[in-house]
Design a protein around this ligand. Sequence first.
Ligand code: MN
Length: 422
Amino acid sequence: MTILRSGSASDVGRVRAVNEDLALESLTLFAVADGMGGHAGGEVASRTAIDALQQEFTRRPTVEGLIGAVRRANRSVWERSHRDIDLRGMGTTLTAAALVATDEGDRLVLANVGDSRTYRFHGGALTQLSKDHSVAEELFDRGELSAEEAAVHPHRHILTRALGVAPDVDVDVWQVEPEAGDRYLLCSDGLTNEVSTDRITGVLSSAADPQEAAQTLVRMANEHGGNDNVTVVVLDVVVGEDTTPGEAGAARGAVTALPSEGVGTVDEPPPPSLLSRFGSDAAGGVRSMTSRAASASARLGVNRRLTMGVLAFVMMLGALLAGGWGVVRWYVGSSYFVQLRHGQVTIYHGRLGGFLGMEPAVVDRTGIATAAVPPVELQRLDVGVQEPSLAAARQYVRNLRAEEAALQPAPTTTTTAPAAGG
Ligand code: MN
């Protein structure tokens, strides 16, 4: 038998106007989601994901059920973002822990997509179990950055995987044996960007109550600057799962990666991604697993992945210079361009030529024919005009219409000619 006790806290921080993070704390399911996107997108994304996760996991409270629930959450956010134009490009991270009964006994199953994190505090030491799906982490994996460099790297905020950006998603999954005295921490990057691992460890060592620990951590993030929304769930294993006599001591509390079953669909292969990680060793010997489909696409396209990675960096650097990391974080999701297609001016969501394997999608066919485009704009529109937001793209189209109207010959008004010789 396993008994858990939990606490959570979430705060908008000191800089942001809205809190797009969301925590979930129920009897057996715990999660943190960090939403992103313009308008109300971030809030809607995290709420949609958490709701779908909970609903689906309640229906099927198993290991496979949790994986399915994360994929359902992804699909829900993705579908919602395509139903409502104001929500286009929204997405969210999701890190979740669920208590599940298996044939071997109770297990904590951890699932992660994005850069929110799950840590285990065990025997006085804090270990990050989840792997960040961020550009800095990718560089670290490739040996191009040290852990210290990655922690402060300007690209650490750029997500390489999130819920809601594609119809399917690779989910990292781990299974841990709940051991009495262990404490789990689920948090958004608003905590880890502000508070050092040492200080987090200090709080987890000293706070007796998980609720107190969660509140203290959120307060510390705000004291350090509170540059982002901050959300924390602390989960204590009060009574752990009994280890059967004779079982090797090493198995106690062992962390095992699970294949995320069924990830990748038959009819809709996931986009080739720079980001799919397979078989790379994380801290503490935790292996992250991704889907067979992703591994296959990765095997087929190593060179392309690297090339796209380089291209992505150049583009992200430009975005960084242009608007800081807040812009960069939404780089993929919040970009639009206007281009001539099939003889008319069309607004697309995405990057010209695609980005990290994500193909642009048509948002609006404006009805402005090529012939109506002012000649000076024709060449640019042929190539495509990148705009930072849908509003900016629409403004550009409005300007086109205005220019077009200005170029039209003055309408012939039906004036009565003075009668000749009247
Ligand atoms: Mn955040």
